[in-house]
Design a protein around this ligand. Structure first.
Ligand code: SAM
Length: 442
């Protein structure tokens, strides 16, 4: 990148305010640069995000509302057959994954400007390019290594990575996708057939965890989509927050926590060094340790790169965070009501990365590193990706600058999103983790 181009790029990347002076010297150009991502929810979250009260949410169109009513009926039936209440994790599972009905299982757009939120691979191809560079560093040391991607969304990350692998001369033996949603599997296949037909024969879809995977595992924003339990401390006891019905509406209900949940909360309190205050509400994911255990069983040799918004246990369960980290997204509005719009809104939580690290170690995996998304990208080859920046026409420079700002700035995705890399066997530490590592914070 020459000096002039770098100046434009650096200015664009560091002027985070919409009216920051001197970005392009031209307000109209600046507006072009900024228009793309501000106002779109970067699942989760830009620091300046305003949470919305549910009355100010957009009204769903007729067919979405009808779909949501069917999902609500389905969940009501589950609650009635369970005797009047189900756990929050069961509610979240049904709302997101009930076959043919749930948010991820049915046809809602979900990703991008026409959906409910946008994820890093959808923000910029550069993201997939850097992830591919990091994967290639690992694959270089493993004979016949392959890629296993969990929860591939639209398939955009897979398409970008396959193209990047081809450019790097580092094509893996196979690119496998494990996706729980049949609808998304179809979308992934059609995107790959359309965008990268030359590589489609490398790709296959799995229905179960493979055994003896050698190579890399990639999961972008999968951990946050795993169902969580909610709990509340009431003086000497932990109660599970479940979901019941009152006048046919979903309502939170409390019951004494079952042994597994009570033990999980006791572990967290022990780590925090104190009991939660009376009335403290939060979540705990019992699915995360099970999922990490599955990864531990499946990975013979290589590295699993897990990306998500999240933090350390100390931050997650800080006393001032007394209502947890559960969030819902509907048409680029973030709010806290999981009961409204079931099946047509996303329900998600931030990730307790200390829990991920603990489960990894218990399952014989090494913690290769833990960095912010910004550190991952800057340490992992973003500079190389930007080498031809100066040769791009100005509108493309502006668009790319905007994308890089979104991916790396602390008030956007740069700090809240993290990558934890888990390894097994002799594997090199990928360059993204060589100059920065926050594992000690977990
Ligand atoms: C928030 S989306 C992220 C999609 C995509 N990775 C991206 O970043 O755009 C979560 C994805 O994980 C999938 N998913 C949820 N639970 C899963 C599991 N246990 N195994 C594999 N995929 C899962 C969902 O169907 C969906 O594709």
């Amino acid at each position: 990148m020459n000096g002039d181009a770098r100046a434009v790029f650096v200015k664009a990347c560091h002027n985070s305010g919409p009216y920051a002076p001197g970005c392009t010297g031209n307000k109209k150009d600046f507006a072009v640069e900024c228009r793309l991502w501000h106002g779109i929810i970067l699942k989760d979250f830009v620091a300046h995000m305003q949470y919305e009260q549910t009355p100010s949410l957009p009204i769903p169109d007729e067919s979405s509302a009808a779909h949501s009513a069917r999902v609500a009926d389905h969940i009501r039936d589950s609650i009635r057959s369970a005797g009047g209440q189900i756990s929050f994790a069961e509610f979240m599972h049904e709302a997101l994954y009930a076959p043919g009905l749930g948010y991820y299982s049915a046809g809602a757009t979900k990703f991008g400007a026409d959906g409910d939120f946008i994820t890093a691979p959808e923000v910029s191809t550069v993201y997939g390019n850097v992830v591919a560079r990091q994967c290639a560093e690992v694959l270089a040391g493993i004979d016949a290594g392959g890629v296993l991607e969990f929860g591939a969304g639209t398939g955009k990350l897979a398409a970008d990575m396959l193209q990047a692998f081809a450019r790097l001369g580092a094509m893996p033996t196979a690119y496998k996708i494990l996706e729980v949603s049949a609808d998304l599997r179809e979308r992934q296949e059609s995107l790959l057939r359309r965008e990268v037909p030359q590589f489609v024969d490398k790709v296959s879809w799995l229905t179960d965890m493979p055994e003896n995977h050698r190579g890399v595992i990639v999961a972008n924003e999968v951990l946050d989509a795993l169902p969580v339990e909610r709990f509340v401390r009431r003086s000497d006891a932990i109660f599970q927050l479940g979901v019941g019905l009152q006048n046919n509406e979903f309502v939170p209900v409390e019951r004494p926590a079952a042994a597994l949940l009570a033990a999980a909360v006791a572990d967290i309190e022990a780590d925090m060094g104190a009991r939660f205050a009376d009335g403290f509400v939060s979540e705990v994911s019992l699915a995360v340790p099970a999922w990490i255990a599955d990864i531990g069983d499946c990975l013979r040799r290589g590295v699993a790169f897990l990306f998500d918004y999240g933090l350390s246990r100390r931050e997650y369960y800080a006393p001032d965070r007394s209502d947890g980290w559960l969030r819902c997204h509907f048409r680029h509005h973030a709010h806290n009501d999981p009961y409204i719009y079931p099946g047509i809104q996303d329900i998600t939580t931030w990730v307790d990365f200390s829990a991920v690290a603990g489960a990894a170690v218990s399952n014989g995996l090494d913690i290769v590193g833990y960095v912010t998304q910004s550190q991952f990208l800057t340490g992992g080859g973003l500079n190389v990706e930007m080498e031809n920046f100066a040769a791009l026409p100005l509108p493309q420079q502006l668009e790319l600058s905007s994308q890089i700002k979104t991916l790396t700035l602390p008030g956007e995705m740069g700090e809240n999103f993290k990558c934890i890399a888990l390894g097994r066997g002799e594997v090199p530490t990928p360059s993204a983790f060589q100059n920065a590592d926050r594992t000690r914070t977990l």
